[in-house]
Design a protein around this ligand. Structure first.
Ligand code: NDP
Length: 243
């Protein structure tokens, strides 16, 4: 039985929730994070612990709160040890055509997605390195970060930034046997896409359907496996052929 621990940010719903369920089935112990939906997260943690028998801890902080994130993560690592893997999944979109995009829309989306990368990974990376064991980091970008998307100038900028940060960190950690990869989903059926013109977008997807959170979770599980030890600094799309 695998007793390695994985931190998953944004695990209260959507893709993060599916990743948590999948990794629990793989036998990983989990640290599940959310910002505000603590009851949903607690229910998920209880369900996973009962069904899969793995250890599940919960952390709540805002990605924008650098000190709060560092304090929560450092406390958890000091008490339980370094993580085997981190899945930086939490993210935020606030869409509008560029002329209507407010400064707040820009700031919220760029900071939550991009500062989130630093605020989560900075406190956890050195403990992973010091553990002298192989490790995994997976970040979530988006098709918008690869090719840009109408109405998502802020989100496309943030998600493209994640790709650059991921590739650079992969270089820094390669010799330590810690792989760092980016998953770039297309349109996935979660709350995040509820406000989008889904029918219109569906016609642009070669497979003519949205992806499921479980399809993204399957890729993340593979990237965390031993078989994926030689895959690093890559961006892997899950998008039905969208780009
Ligand atoms: P959801 O909107 O369904 O869930 C977002 C998660 O992120 C929630 O757990 C939420 O916590 C957390 N979160 C949001 N903002 C913050 C914040 N400021 N601080 C801490 N936690 C925060 O998103 P999805 O599951 O759809 O997306 C997951 C990831 O995949 C995101 O990075 C997204 O950008 C990316 N993605 C999604 C696509 C899609 O089509 N769905 C396509 C491409 C990429 P809480 O519930 O507590 O608010």
């Amino acid at each position: 039985m695998n007793r390695q621990t994985v931190l998953i940010t944004g695990a209260s719903r959507g893709i993060g929730r599916a990743i948590a369920c999948r990794l629990a089935r793989e036998g990983f112990d989990l640290v599940l994070h959310c910002r505000s939906r603590k009851e949903q997260l607690a229910a998920l943690a209880e369900e996973i612990q009962e069904c899969q028998g793995v250890i599940v801890r919960q952390l709540c902080f805002d990605l924008l709160d650098r000190e709060g994130a560092a304090a929560a993560l450092t406390r958890d690592i000091e008490a339980h040890g370094a993580y085997y893997a981190v899945v930086c999944n939490a993210g935020l979109a606030r869409d509008a055509a560029f002329p209507a995009l407010t400064g707040e829309d820009w700031d919220q989306v760029v900071h939550a997605n991009l500062d989130g990368f630093y605020n989560v990974l900075h406190p956890v990376v050195m403990p992973m390195v010091r553990s002298r064991r192989p490790g995994r980091i997976v970040t979530l970008s988006s098709v918008a970060g690869l090719i840009g998307n109408r109405g998502q100038v802020n989100y496309s900028a943030a998600k493209a930034g994640i790709i650059g940060a991921t590739k650079a960190l992969a270089l820094e950690l390669a010799k330590r046997q810690i792989t760092v990869n980016c998953v770039a989903p297309g349109l996935i059926e979660t709350e995040m896409v509820e406000a989008l013109p889904v029918e219109e977008i569906r016609q642009m997807i070669p497979q003519r359907r949205l992806g499921s959170p479980e399809e993204v979770a399957g890729l993340v599980a593979f990237l965390l496996s031993e078989e994926a030890a030689y895959i690093t600094r890559q961006v892997i799309a899950v998008n039905g052929g969208l780009c």
